[in-house]
Design a protein around this ligand. Structure first.
Ligand SMILES: [Mg+2]
Ligand SMILES: [Zn+2]
Length: 185
């Protein structure tokens, strides 16, 4: 039976500060209130999954081994804040990549919902009660494609793309605000 709730979160610009093609664990910086928000979701009984496109691998900027080091560090940082991430799903592919093995039109890169669906299947998640939270159009589309409630994190006030906001069910400034909305559900 699918009766569990989950939050599916984009990584860059949603949990950590967006660094283009972040390639070293030292570059990881949690966004304001990200840890607090995740802690609240976990307390409310949501599984926590990170769903991230990492085409830097296909583009040859870093390899999968390096990405795993980055994710180990991120998990440790979050663990210190009392948060256990239930899974990290990433897509290393891109059709314009330079690394042959990853230069494919895959079926996992957001806005495709596959990474979300894989996590949901494994953990018996009811997608209609679950959230996709991210800062980009592909996150909102992936969430919609998976049948989730979509929450846009708009950390910078200068980012006023109405088109993007309209694609979301909710628009928030940070993850704490997101958790506040769903605290009463
Ligand atoms: Mg992002
Ligand atoms: Zn992929």
């Amino acid at each position: 039976m699918r009766d569990k709730k989950a939050v599916f979160l984009d990584r860059d610009g949603t949990i950590v500060v967006h660094e283009p093609y972040l390639s070293s664990p030292d570059q990881l910086k949690l966004l304001p209130y990200a840890a607090e928000g995740l802690r609240l979701f976990q307390k409310m009984g949501y599984f926590v999954f990170i769903i991230t496109n990492q085409s830097g691998i296909a583009r040859g900027f870093f390899d999968e081994e390096r990405l795993l080091l980055i994710h180990d560090k991120l998990l440790t940082m979050l663990q210190k804040e009392g948060i256990t991430v239930n899974g990290i799903y990433y897509c290393p592919h891109h059709t314009e990549g330079v690394v042959e093995q990853y230069k494919v039109a895959c079926n996992c890169r957001k806005p495709k919902p596959k990474m979300i669906l894989d996590a949901a299947n494994k953990y018996h998640v009811d997608l209609s009660q679950s959230l996709m939270i991210g800062d980009a159009a592909v996150d909102m589309q992936a969430g919609k494609n998976a049948g989730c409630i979509c929450v846009l994190v708009k950390s910078s006030p200068s980012d006023t793309s109405d088109e993007l906001s309209k694609s979301a069910d909710y628009v928030v400034q940070d993850l704490r605000e997101a958790a506040g909305i769903f605290g009463v559900m």
